[in-house]
Design a protein around this ligand. Structure first.
Ligand code: SAM
Length: 315
């Protein structure tokens, strides 16, 4: 066992606001295990201190709130090299800013929590879907973790914007890659089913323009281990039905998403718990054959958004 001090990233405050410490502890407990944690302020910085076996350090370095890891010996902090083993440069995820982008740190937590519950531990075998993927923050994180992913987004501009970003980013980083565009099934006038495939360092992601309520068709029933999504908050984003409450759309989506999951597959959803309520959201997915697991991460973002995370498993 090693005495460890974990420096909490100030950037995490931008994701979790006043609940940063609480959520850091929840993510740690879920992804690393039941170790005692104490909060200490040293030199104006916040550290979580604990004792951990060496083999946990790599997983620890991948937690969303971690800025640095130090060994702690009689008050002396010595930085340990963080071996996160991520694919691609971090600004692949953090480099683009656009209206409606899900916070990158929160998105990493969703992925970490999903992976902690996922039975398949070999990331090269895992398939991940974000059925309401926007411009692809979840998919970009998946690529950094070496996970093959697909996303569905109703806004046709998302595919175009992703292509523009990928072209600019790969040029900047002289990154070898492949970009391929096409249509799922027959091309049609409304661009439904248009997709873009992006492959770099042997990992692939695909963004499909379409409706999450038809996910099974768009994915040709290809089974997934993980579904991870930040659904509309009922403030900035409307759903396809032009309503602020995503529940009606989720009622249509839930059977499709459930169908796409492997048995024991995991679904992680970030949502605004003002709309829909946690119980309502869980009820919709339970009706489709998923069960809620023990994890929550409630944190207030603004007067109208109280974000939370729900994790469900296919029975
Ligand atoms: C909170 S945003 C997700 C943002 C995304 N994680 C990102 O960082 O770019 C929710 C997204 O769901 C999309 N959406 C809403 N209803 C949808 C539907 N029925 N099918 C597909 N996408 C949908 C919205 O257009 C919006 O882009």
């Amino acid at each position: 066992m090693k005495d460890i001090a974990i420096l909490i990233s100030p950037v995490a405050n931008g994701a979790y606001f006043n609940e940063t410490i609480d959520i850091a502890q929840k993510e740690f407990k879920q992804c690393i295990g039941e170790y005692d944690l104490t909060l200490n302020e040293i030199g104006g910085m916040q550290f979580l201190q604990t004792q951990l076996p060496e083999q946990k350090l790599e997983a620890l370095a991948r937690l969303s709130f971690v800025q640095g890891i130090f060994s702690y010996d009689s008050g002396t902090l010595t930085p340990l090299s963080l071996n996160t083993d991520f694919n691609l440069h971090s600004d692949f995820v953090f480099g683009s800013k656009y209206k409606g982008k899900t916070n990158e740190i929160l998105t990493q937590l969703l992925l970490n929590v999903g992976l902690s519950f996922c039975k398949e531990k070999d990331v090269s075998k895992i398939k991940l879907l974000d059925p309401m993927c926007g411009r692809g923050t979840t998919l970009m994180w998946a690529m950094r973790y070496g996970i093959k992913s697909k996303g569905i987004e109703q806004d046709p501009n998302a595919v175009l914007d992703f292509r523009t970003f990928a072209k600019k980013w790969t040029k900047l980083h002289r990154q070898k890659h492949e970009l391929k565009e096409g249509f799922i099934g027959k091309a049609n006038k409304q661009n439904k089913g248009k997709f873009i495939d992006f492959t770099a360092n042997g990992v692939n992601t695909r963004i499909i323009n379409g409706n999450a309520t038809t996910a099974c068709d768009l994915l040709k029933r290809e089974k997934q281990h993980l579904i991870i999504s930040d659904i509309p908050y009922g403030v900035q984003h409307f759903t396809t039905e032009k309503t602020r409450n995503p529940i009606a759309v989720l009622e249509e989506c839930a059977p499709q998403w459930a169908d796409l999951l492997h048995k024991d597959g995991i679904c992680v959803i970030a949502f605004n718990k003002y709309i829909p309520k946690r119980k309502e959201l869980i009820a919709v997915f339970e009706a489709a054959g998923l069960s809620a697991l023990e994890f929550e991460a409630p944190h207030r973002m603004s007067e109208s958004i109280f974000r939370d995370v729900v994790v469900l498993r296919k029975n």
